[in-house]
Design a protein around this ligand. Structure first.
Ligand SMILES: NC(=O)c1ccc[n+]([C@@H]2O[C@H](COP(=O)([O-])OP(=O)(O)OC[C@H]3O[C@@H](n4cnc5c(N)ncnc54)[C@H](OP(=O)(O)O)[C@@H]3O)[C@@H](O)[C@H]2O)c1
Length: 226
């Protein structure tokens, strides 16, 4: 399948590597491909610059955000939370009629660690994105766990843990759920309802961050026991 990934951070890279391994035709979107490849500094989480990662992953193709969005039959949003609404709104034409898996979180690092949420309680980033691109089927998914687990559910507890989808279009949620199961090995995908329910999984982040601080590892996840 042709897949566009918007974002060159840890999430975009990990999804790209996994989907290329699975044989998908992936295009990764960035603001300025030449500048992104020329960077030499690590990011705030200590990840190597994109060019260094690209040398180890030469099959990953880099393009503008618009070209990656146009390329994808399915598009994955792995943008920094602050960038999502303006960037995706500008891509409304390229994204029209498509399913968009939204992995973003509304994290605000401006006051230091741990970050706070810049959208919460009576709003969420997922629903703000959906309002910005009404012609696209936004499905919130995979934002409640580390990127390595997102693409390989079975790497943890043999996959016996839970992920969530929220979205206003039932067909899109079904297609995304099937994709999470077949591509990434998720077995327990819980449908939380419409996109406004993104408030729930996004407001899990303050707890995720504190678990990370206590456990000192990012490889943990939620299991919903019935
Ligand atoms: N890291 C995880 O394990 C994890 C887990 C769950 C959810 N998430 C969420 O997934 C998203 C991606 O996280 P990440 O750590 O991979 O990357 P990130 O550092 O949060 O975001 C990187 C991407 O955002 C773009 N960006 C930043 N500022 C921008 C601006 N002003 N205009 C346009 N684009 C801009 C960058 O563009 P360039 O390519 O041009 O630099 C880059 O592609 C975030 O919303 C994060 O909260 C992350």
């Amino acid at each position: 399948m042709k897949i566009g990934i918007l974002g060159t951070g840890m999430v975009g890279r990990i999804h790209a590597a996994k989907l290329i391994e699975l044989g998908h035709d992936v295009l990764i979107g960035t603001q300025d491909p030449a500048k992104t490849l020329a960077r030499t500094d690590k990011d705030m989480m200590g990840n190597v610059p994109f060019g260094a990662w690209h040398k180890d992953n030469p099959k990953a193709k880099l393009a503008t955000m618009a070209d990656a969005a146009a390329h994808g039959e399915l598009v994955i949003n792995a943008l920094n939370g602050h960038a999502c609404v303006p960037v995706l709104k500008a891509l409304a034409g390229e994204l029209r009629g498509k399913d968009l898996i939204d992995i973003s979180n509304p994290l605000d690092f401006s006051k230091g660690m741990p970050p706070t949420l810049f959208a919460s309680n009576d709003t969420s980033l997922g629903e703000q994105i959906q309002a910005a691109i009404p012609g696209t089927h936004v499905v919130k998914a995979l934002n409640t766990m580390n990127a390595f687990i997102q693409v390989d559910a079975k790497s943890l507890a043999n996959g016996a843990h839970s992920s969530f989808v929220c979205g206003d279009d039932a067909g899109a949620k079904e297609r995304v759920t099937a994709f999470l199961k077949t591509a990434y090995g998720w077995e327990d995908v819980i449908d939380l309802g419409g996109i406004a329910n993104s408030r729930g999984p996004e407001m899990f982040l303050p707890l995720w961050l504190r678990l990370w601080g206590s456990l000192q590892i990012p490889s943990f996840s939620i299991k919903v026991v019935r």
